[in-house]
Design a protein around this ligand. Structure first.
Ligand code: HEC
Length: 216
């Protein structure tokens, strides 16, 4: 079989590769520039994208993104028609994602008066079982929204918005247990007092066994 006679002849400047498979030979063509350009761009992009994702953690972890979205949904569901309830706030106060978001707001906005550990300074201790205005999530949220300007607590509704106020309330009540006693007592500011001096529950004498305290 003489194929070289019937096969079309390549132009002279097109080199033919030396190997032969089943009598078939390949031209040694250079890849077109547009094709090479696309290839090199894709390689460069893949490296840059890998660095962007892996090193700078710019794209949120899928699991975290899902958790955040679910927390948002729970928040939206509980706040539908803008109504929170003590129950919904108690539920949210066990939600890690909401608490973390609330802590962020608290640390930047509230800690200057209530201390970062919530133990009170200019504003009341928010971890003990004494409250100026009542110890339910809804009463606390109302105080946060409306403030008590005469006593130095600013109103936050317009500044923070519903979502952040709900989160910060959940954060405060993550230090409390549903059904724990709540006593109404005025707050005496303890400007700059050391943490040990912050009024907490009265300390039992060292000899008597300490009564079981709810975790706070
Ligand atoms: C400028 C100081 C200041 C800042 C900032 C501040 N508070 Fe207060 N807060 C107070 C004072 C003072 C009171 C006590 C009001 C009273 O005696 O009626 C108070 C009361 C409260 C109460 C009611 C406590 C109770 O015992 O009934 C809550 C809840 C509260 N603050 C939460 C917050 C939150 C949440 C933020 C941040 C968004 C915040 N506060 C920011 C000063 C402050």
């Amino acid at each position: 079989m003489n194929e070289s006679e019937s096969a079309p002849q390549p132009p002279l400047d097109d080199a033919v590769r030396p190997h032969v498979f089943d009598g078939i030979q390949e031209y040694d063509k250079r890849l077109p520039n547009w094709w090479l350009f696309t290839l090199y761009c894709s390689i460069a992009f893949s490296i840059a994208y890998w660095i962007y994702v892996e090193k700078f953690e710019a794209v949120p972890d899928g699991a975290i993104a899902v958790q955040e979205e679910m927390a948002e949904t729970r928040l939206a569901a509980s706040g539908k028609s803008g109504e929170s309830t003590d129950d919904s706030l108690w539920t949210m106060s066990r939600d890690k994602t909401l608490i973390a978001a609330g802590k962020l707001t608290f640390d930047t906005t509230c800690a200057s008066c209530h201390r970062p550990d919530l133990m009170g300074m200019i504003g009341p201790n928010l971890r003990d079982q004494k409250w100026v205005h009542g110890g339910t999530p809804m009463t606390a949220m109302k105080t946060i929204e409306e403030g008590v300007l005469a006593k130095g607590m600013p109103p936050w509704a317009a500044v923070l918005g519903k979502k952040k106020i709900t989160e910060v309330t959940a954060y405060i009540f993550s230090y409390h247990e549903k059904g724990e006693p709540a006593e109404i007592a005025p707050w005496v500011p303890t400007m700059g007092a050391p943490p040990e001096a912050a009024p907490v529950a009265p300390q039992p004498s060292p000899v008597a066994p300490a009564p079981a305290q709810p975790a706070s």
